[in-house]
Write a protein that binds this ligand. Structure first.
Ligand SMILES: C[S@@+](CC[C@H](N)C(=O)[O-])C[C@H]1O[C@@H](n2cnc3c(N)ncnc32)[C@H](O)[C@@H]1O
Length: 291
């Protein structure tokens, strides 16, 4: 039996590729143009398997990076380190491991540390000049998190917040419109587990609102939807099944368990198996300055 952590790691592994196709290209271009060659002191919140530090190195926008990744799940530290080491090896960059840190000493200098920490408990005030978070804000109280992020950042630090879920999860073709909508509503509703000011299932839109409220400057924003068309590959199949299982567990735990709903899930599974399903989830990317 594969345990939950292994399934989550595999989900993050395939998500890395799907996110890569989904990032908004204008927002990304804008982000790259804002980074001005100074030494970057990056904080990534919720690093998962460390996909963003790999992207920072691949995208090559800075020759000197001090990277701090925090994630509340300490079990992800070793897998993230391994993931980065495999990437650096394949990429042919010189690196060495110094205790908990991974240092790249090549045409690019990078100093990486992954920490277990809940965002609210992390202390390094007014330090960072680039803040990253990918698929993160639907999991937290957006307003409180922005306030905390501001306290960790230098004035005018850049933020690049990506794949912020924004309330729409669609499976097509329609099986039963009323049931499709009901299931989506239960799934979205389950994300509001913190009873906070903003609806977490619309983290993309509400992040915009919260950033503006805190006088931050949004330079660019745009959609970064996950769109999976029929005739997909094995990675997409895994990704879709993972999300479908998550939704099914949510519906089972929140709603009465009925045969019609169970059939809906079986039908969707068949569509995934036959590569007939069309899937879309709406996300937003944004870039700008924190004040
Ligand atoms: C959906 S995953 C995304 C991981 C990674 N950014 C990616 O896109 O592959 C969200 C991550 O945020 C972490 N996380 C959730 N709430 C957190 C919090 N309050 N403080 C720190 N990390 C948190 C989770 O443990 C998880 O690894």
């Amino acid at each position: 039996m594969i345990n939950q952590l292994e399934k989550f790691k595999e989900y993050l592994r395939v998500k890395e590729e799907i996110d890569g196709f989904s990032f908004n290209s204008e927002v990304k271009k804008n982000f790259m143009s804002l980074v001005d060659g100074d030494k970057l002191k990056i904080l990534e919140i919720g690093f998962g398997l460390g996909s963003m530090i790999k992207r920072c190195i691949k995208w090559g926008f800075s020759s000197e990076i001090e990277y701090w990744g925090i994630d509340k799940n300490g079990e992800l530290i070793e897998p993230a380190k391994k993931n980065l080491v495999d990437f650096l090896t394949n990429y042919g960059l010189n690196y060495y491991i110094n205790g908990d840190r991974i240092k790249v000493d090549d045409n690019v200098k990078v100093d990486v540390r992954f920490y277990q920490s809940e965002l609210m408990d992390f202390r390094r005030n007014n330090y960072f000049n680039l803040l990253l978070a990918n698929s993160f804000f639907d999991l937290v109280d957006i307003d409180k998190s922005i306030k905390k992020i501001l306290s960790l950042s230098e004035k005018n630090a850049i933020f690049y917040f990506t794949i912020n879920y924004d309330g729409i999860t669609r499976f097509l073709p329609y099986v039963d419109i009323k049931l499709d909508n009901k299931i989506e509503k239960i799934y979205n509703g389950s994300m509001n587990d913190l009873n906070c000011r903003y609806d977490q299932s619309r983290s993309g839109s509400y992040l915009v609102d919260s950033l503006k409220k805190h006088k931050c400057e949004i330079k660019n924003l745009g959609p970064s939807d996950w769109v999976i068309n029929p005739s997909f590959g094995e990675n997409e199949k895994y990704f879709l099944l993972y999300i479908l299982n998550l939704i099914q567990e949510t519906v089972r735990s929140q709603d009465s368990f009925d045969e019609r709903t169970e059939k809906w899930f079986s039908k969707r599974r068949q569509q995934i198996k036959k590569e007939e399903l069309f899937f879309r989830a709406c996300n937003l990317d944004m870039v700008g300055y924190l004040k």
